[in-house]
Design a protein around this ligand. Sequence first.
Ligand SMILES: [Zn+2]
Length: 90
Amino acid sequence: MQFSQKQRENLVKKLTEFITEHECAVCHSKEWTIAERIYAMSDYYPHGFVPTGFRVPFVVLSCAKCAHSILFNAIGLGIVDAKTGELTDG
Ligand SMILES: [Zn+2]
């Protein structure tokens, strides 16, 4: 699911509180990019089978230099409503 312009602005504002001085664990760069979409993670199931059900939504930040990525739970950030699963305005 892709962010609207307003959602993206609010997300950048919120994440800036956390990552302004955050250093990449791999290359020590302090430049990060935010993915344009929210990604979901589910339990692992063998043979590629993924049943329907709850998946944890994540915002992905990637180091602008080496692409090492870190995840933020989108519900915890207030970007996804825990009850409806819909994107909020943050
Ligand atoms: Zn890096």
